[in-house]
Design a binder for this molecule. Structure first.
Ligand code: FAD
Length: 305
């Protein structure tokens, strides 16, 4: 979302940018997993809010194209979700931008007057570079000794182990349990109750940072079994009715200690770092960081990113 926000604002100003993403599909942590059997799970961000005027405007445009809807819970609160999948929202935003999926960036360094961006197979030159990956992963790209790496060390991100489970038995209730903060599971939702979903009985459960931290390196089969049992006892299902189970380990899921400013930039004013980790563990924070970086680039009047 940070990269897309930045790319879109730059495009509005007529500045061309190429976005490289190692993921197979667009969206980063606004992710949807589709099983071979057709079960679907939003296994990253569950819903998002748009309070900022500019973000609201963009969301409204995407809503008109049916790629965002409100997952209303009767309270009148905003619970926006991509439709028919969470990653439909970033996919819509990425239309018209130059986004290259499946490209893993391995190293970025300053080479005289430009930047060398190394991927697994290639090297690209750039006048300006924007990095929007989770903060703890950035020093590996720019070097542990880079002055910005020290600033990044103040940012803390927590893991989240996520269970995806599909059941038989027609359990299509609109259920989401928010704020189970004292428990090992901090979120449970029937993904199928979100608007536009066709697959039924697809549930998502997220473990607490503490629980996840203790198990992040354990085999997923083990954690999956434990989480399935916790989920079933919460929602009153029989684990034997499960038709599909999968676990995703988000090592850097949510920022617990953000930077407190929307971006970082280096002394050459041509390397910019951003992400949700700058401000808050939310989609909108990612959007705001990306826009702030774009404005910093636009304001220096550069021709190409
Ligand atoms: C389990 C979970 C639940 C959440 N729930 C909510 C919620 O309910 N509401 C909410 O608002 N927010 C939620 N969030 C947070 C929200 O998803 C994030 O704030 C937001 O999506 C972050 O966007 P981003 O662009 O900053 O980072 P990311 O989405 O992480 O994007 C970073 C991108 O960089 C790519 N990348 C990483 N390394 C490389 C590399 N070396 N080379 C190339 N590409 C690379 C990744 O593939 C990814 O696409 C949740 C997150 C998780 C994980």
């Amino acid at each position: 979302m940070t990269g897309l926000s930045c790319g879109l604002r730059l495009a509005e100003a007529g500045i061309k940018a190429t976005i490289f993403d190692k993921g197979r599909s667009i969206g980063g942590r606004m992710a949807t997993r589709v099983s071979p059997e057709g079960f679907e799970f939003d296994h990253g961000a569950q819903y998002f809010k748009a309070k900022d005027d500019d973000f609201q405007r963009v969301v409204e445009e995407v809503r008109c194209a049916d790629a965002v809807s409100n997952w209303g819970d009767g309270s009148g609160d905003q619970h926006l979700v991509g439709t028919p999948r969470m990653n439909s929202f970033p996919a819509k935003l990425g239309e018209g931008l130059s986004v290259r999926q499946g490209i893993n960036i391995t190293q970025i360094y300053r080479d005289e007057d430009s930047w060398s961006v190394h991927t697994d197979d290639d090297v690209f030159d750039a006048e300006n570079v924007v990095i929007t990956i989770p903060a703890p992963q950035i020093p590996a790209l720019i070097g542990m000794g880079h002055p910005l790496s020290e600033r990044l060390s103040a940012v803390k991100m927590t893991p989240c182990i996520t269970l995806m489970a599909a059941f038989s038995g027609g359990q299509s209730a609109d259920r989401r349990d928010i704020g189970l903060s004292d428990e090992d599971l901090v979120w449970i939702a029937n993904n199928s109750s979100k608007p536009g979903r066709t697959a039924s009985d697809c549930w998502v459960a997220q473990a607490s940072p503490l629980w996840s931290e203790a198990r992040i390196d354990l085999p997923v089969k083990e954690t999956g079994k434990e989480m399935l049992s916790m989920l079933c006892s919460k929602i009153g299902f029989d684990p034997l009715d499960v038709k599909y189970v999968e676990v995703h380990r988000w090592k850097y899921a949510n920022v617990s200690e953000p930077l407190g400013e929307p971006l970082l930039k280096d002394l050459t004013n041509s390397l910019f770092l951003g992400g949700d980790w700058c401000l808050a563990p939310r989609v909108e924070a990612a959007w705001l960081s990306g826009r702030a970086i774009a404005l910093a680039i636009i304001n220096k009047g550069c021709p190409e990113v």
